[in-house]
Design a protein around this ligand. Structure first.
Ligand SMILES: NC(=O)c1ccc[n+]([C@@H]2O[C@H](COP(=O)([O-])OP(=O)(O)OC[C@H]3O[C@@H](n4cnc5c(N)ncnc54)[C@H](OP(=O)(O)O)[C@@H]3O)[C@@H](O)[C@H]2O)c1
Length: 240
């Protein structure tokens, strides 16, 4: 059976590598991209490497774009086996908690949380049509209270409240949706890719987007007895 996976924000970075790895595992991958041309460029590269990839225009903060993407997947594929909510922004510069502008906080929540919920809600009907759908939300160590609260951890030094708090909300969405879908066959988990060399992660790290993608791909391809409602990194389960 041909399995279908949608990855949001898959025109570059970790999302593109998640698409590549799922494509190599045999999935038809739908490259979610808010800019159709950038999505096409990524999809063409993957197709040239022998992967079944298609572009799907998807701006996660635009309800019309989200609705159209969901309608197209329903019409052309009839079901969705994997949804990877990867698209996100870091709205912050470096600022203390009392210095962060309200617009920065709003922007982070708009894309990283509300966009993710809107996309998931629109796609739930086609996810339910798959025999064992998987939902993976991209999270981060910067959303771990344990790590950010540890003065010895690098995570305690990063001053990006808009990003961190939005990803804390993503973790709660993950847990609550997993609870709601328990028994449905759909597993919902979050993946921390680790700091990777991308536009968001910066280029000052040796960890590749492909390495970061691997944990999301594992969670996207879990067996029926796999976990649900958890956050995993390469090293295992991430502390809350
Ligand atoms: N890189 C890291 O070190 C790191 C560490 C921990 C967690 N993560 C998480 O991993 C995921 C991928 O990060 P990355 O490093 O690959 O980031 P990236 O290179 O900046 O790529 C982000 C992707 O999201 C898309 N995007 C942003 N806003 C969007 C919107 N409103 N609608 C649709 N697409 C949107 C971008 O599209 P455009 O190209 O059009 O901008 C791009 O395709 C994110 O969820 C991030 O929080 C990354």
């Amino acid at each position: 059976m041909n399995q279908v996976a949608l990855i949001t924000g898959a025109n570059k970075g970790i999302g593109k590598e998640i698409a590549r790895q799922l494509g190599e595992a045999g999935y038809t991958v739908l490259i979610g991209s808010r800019d159709h041309a950038r999505g096409e460029l990524a999809a063409k590269g993957l197709v040239a490497d022998g992967i079944k990839a298609e572009t799907i225009q998807l701006e996660v903060t635009d309800p019309v774009s989200v609705r159209q993407a969901a309608a197209r997947i329903a019409a052309e594929h009839g079901r969705l086996d994997v949804l990877v909510n990867n698209a996100a922004i870091i709205p912050d510069g470096d600022a203390g908690v009392t210095e962060v502008a309200a617009d920065v906080l709003r922007a982070g929540f708009e894309t990283n949380v509300i966009g993710l919920i809107e996309v998931t809600t629109a796609l739930l009907p086609v996810l339910r049509k798959a025999p064992a759908a998987r939902i993976v939300n991209l999270s981060t160590s910067l959303a771990s209270f344990t790590l950010v609260g540890d003065p010895e951890s690098r995570m305690s030094t990063v001053r990006t409240l808009g990003y961190n708090s939005s990803k804390v909300a993503v973790n709660m969405v993950t847990v609550m949706l997993a609870n709601e879908l328990r028994g449905s066959g759909i597993l919902v988990n979050a993946a921390d890719p680790g700091k990777c060399a991308t536009e968001m992660g910066g280029w000052d790290t040796a960890r590749t987007p492909a390495q970061g993608a691997a944990v999301a791909v594992q969670l996207a391809t879990l067996a029926a007895d796999g976990p649900t409602g958890q956050v995993h990194a390469e090293s295992g389960r991430l502390p809350w």
